[in-house]
Design a protein around this ligand. Sequence first.
Ligand code: NAD
Length: 477
Amino acid sequence: MQVTGEPSFRESVDLMFNRAAKLMDMSPGLEQKIRVCNSTYTVRFGVRLRGKIETFTGYRSVHSEHMEPVKGGIRFALSVNQDEVEALAALMTYKCALVETPFGGSKGGLCIDPRQWDEHELEQITRRFAYELIKRDLIHPAQNVPAPDMGTGEREMAWIADQYMRMNTTDINGKACVTGKPPHAGGIQGRVEATGRGVQYALREFFRHPEDVARAGLSGGLDGKRVIIQGLGNVGYHAAKFLSEEDGCKVIAIIERDGALLDPAGLDVEDVRHWMNGHGGLMEGYPGGTHVADGAAVLEEDCDLLIPAALEGVINLENAARIKAPLIIEAANGPITFGADEILRQKGCVIIPDMYANAGGVTVSYFEWVKNLSHIRFGRMQRRAEEARSRLLVEELERLSADQHLGWTLGAGFKEKFLQGSDELALVRSGLDDTMRTAYQAMREVWHGREGVEDLRVAAYIVSISRVAQTYRSKGL
Ligand code: NAD
């Protein structure tokens, strides 16, 4: 979505980069090297479908190879174009650096409306697209590792992995060529919900800092906060579900492609999603809340927290001045344009930027890639050893209590939890939580500690660019 007079998505990302670079001490040459996109490959291929040949256009863009493999999702949408893929690839570079996943940045996309094709047709198209990328090493466990994005999920990733392995039958690390696979096909527990879970962990960390919360004119914790969410897809659904079910947030509006649902008393996210699944992805007719046809207008409703989790450019020069939310977390990539960002900042709105907010996906993708390369499930070696050690301690405490007639008893709930070793899901959640906390603290240190830094986005760029620059310097560039 591009409003007239606004820079394109890629230009918007570059302008945001420039704001941060101005505050850094970097040679112009290095600055330019980091900013530019290294390469974009365009592929056009034909697939025989429904009795005729359909031609599709796809892209794989590599923004930075300062670390390899490069990493970034594959998007299936009609709106996919080179500018968008390059912007998203750049964001991947900065995101990976910010959350310390050892990857360069990449992104891919296919111009397609996945809802127009049935499952078998989509499989043919996906495999053919993957074939084109694989034969050019643009999908490869050591060089370029895609993941899901808008319009793709576990199913497509499993097809891509299988395609790679058919073409590279002796590559023992073949499964690591793509992440976001289903657990039974080399995936990892917790990947599907990872981006939404990351949004939740990011907000929990933000609310641990009352000084930061006050900057948004808010107080207290997440409990009772009124939330508006746009996009009830993978990221939006999980974020809204976890925030409402586990943190006491009230989801007062959900905006989707067919309008918005509003309920000041709070919507049941699970129920709305269930309804959408049974009604072709539409919310209209849902028996709760009020349905409003103009969904985008609901972005401007009064709330404590706005979560754009659908697509880029939805908050732009046209509507930014009317946005009332004091706190916005960018679950989607690029939902706020460069111009809108400036207007919102002037209004005092705090924005938790995309490259941090939705980094949960790439973080857990990193764990999946490591799991694939090590060929063993996380927790498999240590879980029972951990349990045995805990049991030893519990039994010793109970023996002491009995021998000394102390009358101590350990609470049943405590005992059960303490005796449980960490399985893969617990370890993934722990790693994700740690990552989101550490990255926030790195951004926050720059936000509060560095002269001229007014907002979290510039702070995030500074942290990321410094790390990328450091890698380039150590390579002698
Ligand atoms: P998705 O396809 O699962 O969901 C997108 C949702 O947005 C769908 O429910 C769709 O109906 C809705 N939508 C589309 N157009 C809309 C509109 N105009 N108004 C309101 N809703 C609309 O995609 P996703 O994977 O959840 O990705 C969403 C965003 O999050 C994208 O910007 C993506 O780049 C970003 N992201 C995704 C991941 C991931 O792991 N999937 C990771 C990082 C970032």
